[in-house]
Design a protein around this ligand. Structure first.
Ligand SMILES: Nc1nc2c(c(=O)[nH]1)N[C@H]1C(S)=C(S)[C@@H](COP(=O)(O)OP(=O)(O)OC[C@H]3O[C@@H](n4cnc5c(=O)[nH]c(N)nc54)[C@H](O)[C@@H]3O)O[C@H]1N2
Ligand SMILES: Nc1nc2c(c(=O)[nH]1)N[C@H]1C(S)=C(S)[C@@H](COP(=O)(O)OP(=O)(O)OC[C@H]3O[C@@H](n4cnc5c(=O)[nH]c(N)nc54)[C@H](O)[C@@H]3O)O[C@H]1N2
Ligand code: SF4
Ligand SMILES: [Mo]
Length: 696
C-alpha cells in the first residue's frame, strides 16, 4: 500500500514542511511539501538524508542504563518501565534531599517544549532552559530593546527585497529552505546581496559585493554607515519622524564615527562604506539588514545586533514590503492559537531564582522564557546560587554545545543524575546515566506547530510510519515520568493524538483538517500593519526606542563608546566557527549519507600565516587556547582574513557507538572559552584567541 504523509522535517530546527511517500510501511521518498509556497518540492542535503537517519542501525534502539563509569560506554538494555522507574526513583531522592530546584531540564526549543516546561513547573523547579541564548540570545535582547519583540517574533520578506546585507549570516550554507528559495527569486528579479565576513563562504561567492572585514569589527562598520546615512540625509525621514525615539541622540553619537575612522578599524575602504550607504538607501524601504544569528559573536554583541536593527529603522524597512516584519498570530484575524499545557489552570508558578540568575540584578535582560544555558557548568561547579544535582538533556547536548568542553565535563561529574532524551548516541547521551530514546520525526506525531508570520497558520508533524526500534515520543516519555513523580494530573492525554486534539480545542480546527496538506491557515491574505498608524511596537513608548528604556532601566547605556578591537599577537588568531550545508550542529555527523559528504572538519588558515608557521595544506596542526587544545588538519587558503582561523562546529565526537563520526575532526568547544555578552546573553563564540603549531 502506498500513502503520502504531510509532515515536518526535523533534520534541523527550521522544520520545513515535507511530503513523505510510504509504501508497505517503509518510507521511500521525502520531498518539500508541494502545497507550501516556497518549498516547491525542495529540501536541503540534510532533509534528504532523513531516510538514512530513520534506517541507521547506529542510533539508540532501546532505553539504556549505565553499568560502567560515566562515558565508558557500558550499558544495560532496559525496558521502558525499568528505565523510567530508575530515573523517577533517583529524581525523587534528589528532590527530597536538595529540593526541586536542584533539577535542570535543558533542551533545544521544539514543538514539545510546553510539555517540558510543564514537567518542571509540576515538580516545582524554575530551571528549564533552552538553547536559545547560545544560538542568538543577544539578537533576542536587542530586538526587545528596540521594538519590544524578540527575533523569533520577526522575520524578513526576502522575496520582495531589493537589497539585503548579511553580517556573517552564511545564508546559502546555514540554510532555511523556504528563505533561500525566496531570496533566489528576489535575486532573479534584480535584488542585490552584500555579504560581510572575514571568510569567503558560499554566500560570499553569490554576493554582488563582499567585504572581508577584520574579525570582530562589524560594529565600527555600522556606526560609519549610520554616520553617512544621517550626514547625507539618506534615511526615511517620514518613518523616522513617525516611529523612532532617540534619533537626535543617535545623530550626536555617530558624529565622530566617520568612514575613514572605520576603514582603520575594519580594513574596509571608506569609499566602499559610503557607497554601500548610498546604494542601499536608493532602494529603501524594501531593504534588509539581516540581524544574523551566530557570526560575529563577541562580548559586546548586543550593540552589534542593535546597530543592525537600527539600520533597518533608518531605512524605514520595518513592516515594509521587502523589509523586516513582525509575525502575526491568529488573534489578528480573530482566531485562537493552539493550547499549550503550560496554560492549564492550577499548574504551579515557581517563584525561585533560576540557576543562571536570569531576571535578577546579576543578569537582568536575557529572555526568561529561555534562560542562559551556558551558565550551567559554572552554576554546577560553584553551587551558585544553590547546588544542582540532576540534569535532563532533551535534544540538546550541553557537553558539545556549551563552550569549554573540559569545564563542562568537570561540571557533569558533580551531578548525581544525568538523563538524556535523544535519538542518537550523542556525546551527552554517551556521558549519561540513562538514555531514553525518542522516536525520530518520521516515527512520531508531534505537538502542533503554531506558525505565525505574514499569514498565521498551524502545521502538524504527522507520523509517517511506526517506530523502527523501542522508542517513544518525548511528550509521552515526560508524561510517564511525571506520573511516577506523582504529578501526572498535568498531562491530560494517553497518546500523542489525544494531546494534539487537546491543543486544537477551541481553535475551530481539527486533527483531520491537517491530513490533506499538512497545515491549516487562519487567513489567505498577507497581513502588514498600516505604516502610518498601525505598527504595534511593544516598547513602553510604543515606538522604536533607540534610547532604550529596557537597557537604561537595567543600568546599561544605549550608546556606549566604541571599544577598538585589538589584533591578536603575532602567531595567534581569532578562532571563528560555523556551519556547512551538509550538517546540523552536533547531530548529523554520524548520518551515513552526510558523513560521507563531510566526514571531518579542518582549520582554515591564511596562506601567508601558514607559510610563516611552516604549515602546508593538509598538514596536521595543534590548536590551543587558554582552556584546551587539539589536533586537526590545516586548510591553507587566501579565502580568510589573516587575523582569523576557522573551523566547522560539530566534529570531534567521543561516543564510540556512533562509529562513523567517532574521533573524526576536532570539537570547537574544546578550544572556546565560556565567556558571554553579559547584557544580551549570547556566548562570545568568536572571541577566543588560539595558537597554531605544525605537528611533526
Ligand atoms: N546547514 C545548516 N544550516 C543551519 C544550521 C545548521 O546547523 N546547519 N543551523 C541553523 C541555526 S540554529 C543557526 S543559529 C543558523 C546559523 O546561521 P549563521 O549565523 O549564518 O551560521 P554560521 O555558520 O555560524 O556562520 C557564521 C559566520 O560568521 C562568520 N564570522 C565570524 N566572526 C565574524 C565577524 O567578526 N564578523 C562577521 N561579519 N562574520 C564573522 C564566520 O566566518 C561564519 O561564516 O543556521 C541555521 N541553519
Ligand atoms: N561550541 C559551539 N557551541 C555551539 C554552537 C557553535 O557553533 N559552537 N552553535 C550554537 C547554536 S547556533 C545552536 S542552535 C546550538 C544547538 O545545540 P544543540 O541543540 O545541542 O545541537 P543539535 O545538533 O541541534 O541537537 C542536539 C541533540 O539533539 C538530538 N536530536 C536530534 N533530533 C532529535 C529528536 O527528534 N529528538 C530528540 N530527543 N533528540 C534529537 C541530536 O542527536 C543531538 O544530540 O548549539 C550552540 N552551541
Ligand atoms: S533546512 Fe533542511 S534540515 Fe532543516 S528542516 Fe529544512 S530540509 Fe530539514
Ligand atoms: Mo542556532
Amino acid at each position: 500500500m502506498r500513502k503520502e504523509v504531510y509532515s515536518l522535517c526535523f533534520m534541523c530546527s527550521v522544520r520545513c514542511p515535507i511530503k513523505v511517500v510510504v509504501e508497505n510501511g517503509q518510507a521511500k521518498w521525502i520531498e518539500g511539501n508541494p502545497h507550501v509556497a516556497g518549498m516547491e518540492g525542495s529540501l536541503c542535503p540534510r532533509g534528504a538524508a532523513g531516510l538514512a537517519l530513520l534506517n541507521d542501525t547506529q542510533r539508540v534502539q532501546s532505553p539504556l542504563i549505565r553499568t560502567g563509569p560515566r562515558g565508558s560506554g557500558k550499558w544495560k538494555k532496559a525496558t521502558w518501565a525499568e528505565a523510567l522507574d530508575y530515573v523517577a526513583e533517583k529524581l525523587q531522592a534528589i528532590i527530597g534531599q536538595h529540593g526541586p530546584q536542584s533539577v535542570v531540564l535543558a533542551e533545544r526549543t521544539q514543538l514539545a517544549t510546553h510539555v517540558s516546561k510543564t514537567f518542571l513547573r509540576a515538580i516545582g523547579s524554575p530551571n528549564h532552559c533552552t538553547h536559545d541564548a547560545i544560538c542568538k540570545g543577544s539578537v533576542n535582547t536587542a530586538g526587545r530593546s528596540l521594538f519590544g519583540y524578540t527575533d523569533a517574533q520577526m522575520s524578513f520578506d526576502y522575496k520582495n527585497t531589493k537589497h539585503i546585507v548579511f553580517y556573517g549570516r552564511n545564508f546559502f550554507e546555514a540554510v532555511e529552505v523556504k528563505a533561500v528559495n525566496a531570496l533566489m527569486e528576489a535575486v532573479e528579479n534584480g535584488a542585490k546581496i552584500t555579504y560581510i565576513d572575514p571568510r569567503v563562504t558560499v554566500t560570499a561567492t553569490k554576493a554582488h559585493d563582499y567585504f572581508m572585514i577584520r574579525p570582530g569589527t562589524d560594529l565600527a562598520l555600522n556606526y560609519a554607515l549610520m554616520h553617512v546615512i544621517i550626514k547625507e540625509k539618506l534615511y526615511d525621514a517620514h518613518f523616522v519622524e513617525r516611529w523612532v525615539d532617540g534619533f537626535a541622540e543617535l545623530q550626536d553619537f555617530v558624529q565622530p564615527y566617520t568612514p575613514e575612522w572605520a576603514e582603520r578599524e575594519t580594513g574596509i575602504e571608506a569609499h566602499r562604506i559610503v557607497n554601500l550607504a548610498r546604494q542601499i538607501s536608493k532602494q529603501k524601504p524594501s531593504v534588509i539588514f539581516h540581524f544574523g544569528y551566530r557570526g560575529a559573536s563577541h562580548p559586546q554583541e548586543i550593540y552589534l545586533r542593535r546597530s543592525i536593527l537600527i539600520l533597518n529603522a533608518l531605512m524605514g524597512s520595518v513592516e515594509a514590503k521587502g523589509g523586516l516584519f513582525f509575525k502575526k498570530g491568529p488573534g489578528e484575524v480573530g482566531g485562537k492559537p493552539a493550547r499549550k499545557l503550560t496554560e492549564q489552570e492550577g499548574l504551579p508558578k515557581v517563584d525561585v531564582v533560576r540557576f543562571d540568575k536570569v531576571g535578577t540584578a546579576d543578569f537582568p535582560l536575557p529572555d526568561k522564557n529561555h534562560g542562559v544555558a551556558q551558565m550551567l557548568p559554572m552554576a554546577i561547579l560553584n553551587e551558585d546560587p544553590y547546588p544542582l544535582k540532576a540534569l535532563i538533556a532533551y535534544r540538546f547536548d550541553p557537553l558539545m554545545s556549551i563552550p569549554d568542553m573540559n569545564q563542562n565535563k568537570r561540571a557533569l561529574d558533580q551531578l548525581d543524575l544525568v538523563v538524556t532524551i535523544d535519538i542518537n548516541y550523542s556525546d551527552i547521551a554517551w556521558y549519561s546515566d540513562v538514555i531514553l530514546p525518542e522516536s525520530t520525526y518520521l516515527e512520531r506525531l508531534d505537538c502542533v506547530q503554531q506558525a505565525n508570520g505574514l499569514k498565521p497558520q498551524m502545521f502538524l508533524r504527522h507520523q509517517a510510519l511506526s517506530p523502527r526500534y523501542d522508542t517513544r515520543p518525548g511528550a509521552i516519555i515526560l508524561k510517564q515520568l511525571a506520573e511516577r513523580l506523582g504529578v501526572g494530573q498535568y498531562f491530560p492525554y494517553e497518546t500523542m493524538e489525544d494531546l494534539v486534539r487537546w491543543q486544537l480545542e477551541g481553535t475551530g480546527f481539527y486533527l483531520e483538517d491537517f491530513a490533506k496538506k499538512g497545515f491549516v491557515a487562519y487567513t489567505d491574505k498577507q497581513i502588514f500593519w498600516d505604516r502610518e498608524n498601525g505598527i504595534k511596537f511593544k516598547t513602553p513608548s510604543g515606538k522604536i526606542e533607540l534610547v532604550s528604556s529596557l537597557l537604561e532601566e537595567a543600568g546599561y547605556p544605549s550608546f556606549p563608546a566604541y571599544e577598538p578591537v585589538s589584533s591578536p599577537p603575532e602567531g595567534q588568531y581569532r578562532l571563528m566557527v560555523g556551519r556547512c550545508a551538509q550538517h546540523t550542529h552536533v547531530s548529523t555527523q554520524n548520518n551515513p549519507y552526510l558523513n560521507e559528504l563531510v566526514p571531518e572538519n579542518c582549520l582554515w588558515i591564511h596562506t601567508k600565516e601558514a607559510e610563516r608557521l611552516g604549515i602546508k595544506d593538509g598538514d596536521w596542526v595543534e590548536v590551543s587556547s587558554k582552556v584546551g587544545s587539539g589536533e586537526i588538519r590545516a586548510h591553507v587558503t587566501d579565502m580568510i582574513h589573516p587575523e582569523a582561523v576557522f573551523m566547522l562546529h560539530g566534529f570531534g565526537h567521543q561516543a564510540r557507538s556512533a562509529a562513523r563520526s567517532f574521533n573524526r575532526g576536532l570539537a570547537d568547544g574544546v578550544l572556546q572559552e565560556n565567556i558571554s555578552d553579559t547584557i544580551g546573553g549570547s556566548p562570545a563564540l568568536d572571541e577566543t584567541v588560539v595558537t597554531v603549531k605544525r605537528l611533526h
